[in-house]
Design a binder for this molecule. Structure first.
Ligand code: ZN
Length: 400
């Protein structure tokens, strides 16, 4: 009588094993979290309850691109969701009780290094963004150096940067970049380095980057650029071969290439004197400022809501969005400045209007072991840089 029992037990385990299964669900473009649940044997009502229970923990309206989660089935009945939301963070949802159970996972921290060279018209922000796919990393880099470098006007083609940052992963396969630990910018006009140490960044001499301004931007009433751009695709010139018309014509503005829909800001306080279609310029806005200065923003995809002629706008106020209306080969902002009726070079004009104040503050310097740490971190970066440069002269490169 022993054998039949063993067989039964075996069959029972087999059935359990076959019937308990987990599937991975990707949320397709245009699909909501609730839609994806409904597509997997969960009623719309139950799905809505799950979404409601998750609201505290997860922003379901802004899930990251390529987001996925798991459904555990028993037979053909879904019993649990497993949602790997962030590095080290997983949510289990019991579908029988609609109950969310947040779980913490161990986070592994590795280091990754990046190196990049600026091409003609490239911006540091977009160079890092393109390379890493992470706008936060690009923003971190720019922020670290904001008291030392004006990335709008001090960068030149051939300048290069390098940095080492944290790379966080967990057993679920979640991954993201973390804090920048060491960073360096080597330009024709400016050089700077930074090492993270106990909550702040320090340079190779041990001085904090923040609060010890070599040059501090002063609000001069003029922005350094009317938008966050990818690169400068065309400069101010009296002789340019027009990309569409195929003839040599002056280009009395600067073209900032930027993704469709990038917000465009008024570079200074003023009054809107034109809003509308303007031949090859497409959707265009003109603003009059003090001192006989007019700025012009062309090829917009759309205007800011409610913008109208006669309206007063403030420096930095969004007036429209990047597009390619009129004669344009791709999305960009054609930006022009007229002073007393004559076009001037906008880049030079804005650079001249950007004021810097040199500040010396009583500053505490790192010494001893702390300074030694900063220097060892920087030499780590230099070793990486030396190999990156021989491997790929000028091209972008990432490595562990
Ligand atoms: Zn242009």
């Amino acid at each position: 009588m022993k054998r039949p029992l063993g067989v039964l037990l075996f069959l029972f385990l087999l059935v359990q094993g076959v019937w308990a299964r987990q599937i991975k669900v990707f949320i397709n473009r245009g699909e909501t979290f609730i839609d994806s649940l409904v597509a997997h044997d969960i009623s719309r009502k139950e799905a809505a309850m799950v979404a409601y229970a998750l609201k505290r923990y997860v922003n379901l309206n802004r899930l990251p691109e390529g987001f996925s989660y798991y459904i555990d089935y028993q037979g053909n009945i879904p019993v649990q969701l497993v949602i790997p939301y962030d590095v080290g963070k997983v949510y289990d949802v019991d579908l029988r009780r609609i109950d969310v159970n947040p779980k913490k996972l161990k986070v592994r921290i590795q280091e990754k290094s990046f190196y990049g060279v600026l091409g003609q018209g490239d911006s540091v922000f977009y160079s890092i963004y393109d390379q890493t796919g992470d706008p936060n990393l690009a923003y971190q880099f720019v922020s670290i150096f904001k008291y030392r470098i004006d990335f709008h006007t001090w960068t030149r083609p051939g300048d290069y940067y390098a940095f080492i940052c944290q790379y966080l992963t967990d057993d679920f396969g979640n991954a993201k970049y973390g804090r920048i630990l060491v960073a360096k910018y080597v330009g024709k006009k400016v050089k700077a380095d930074a090492v993270y140490y106990k909550g702040a960044y320090y340079d190779s001499k041990g001085y904090p980057l923040k609060g010890v301004f070599l040059a501090s931007p002063v609000d001069s009433g003029w922005l350094r650029a009317p938008l966050r751009y990818k690169r400068i695709s065309s400069r101010f010139t009296y002789h340019r071969l027009h990309p569409i018309l195929g003839i040599v014509r002056p280009h009395l503005g600067v073209d900032y290439a930027a993704p469709m829909g990038t917000p465009i800001k008024a570079v200074a306080d003023g009054v809107v004197i034109w809003k509308g279609w303007l031949g090859g310029y497409g959707r265009t806005v003109k603003i009059r400022h003090r001192g006989g200065i007019i700025t012009q923003y062309a090829h917009m995809s759309r205007y800011a809501k409610g913008l109208h002629v006669g309206q007063r706008v403030k420096e930095g106020q969004v007036i429209g969005y990047v597009g390619m209306s009129g004669l344009a080969t791709g999305p960009h902002l054609d930006f022009r400045i007229k002073v007393h009726g004559r076009f001037v070079n906008p880049l030079k004009f804005l650079a001249r209007h950007a004021h810097y104040r040199l500040i010396r503050v009583a500053r505490k310097r790192l010494r001893g072991r702390a300074l030694a740490y900063v220097r060892s971190q920087l030499s780590k970066l230099d070793v990486m840089l030396a190999s990156a440069k021989t491997l790929s002269s000028g091209t972008l490169k990432a490595s562990d």
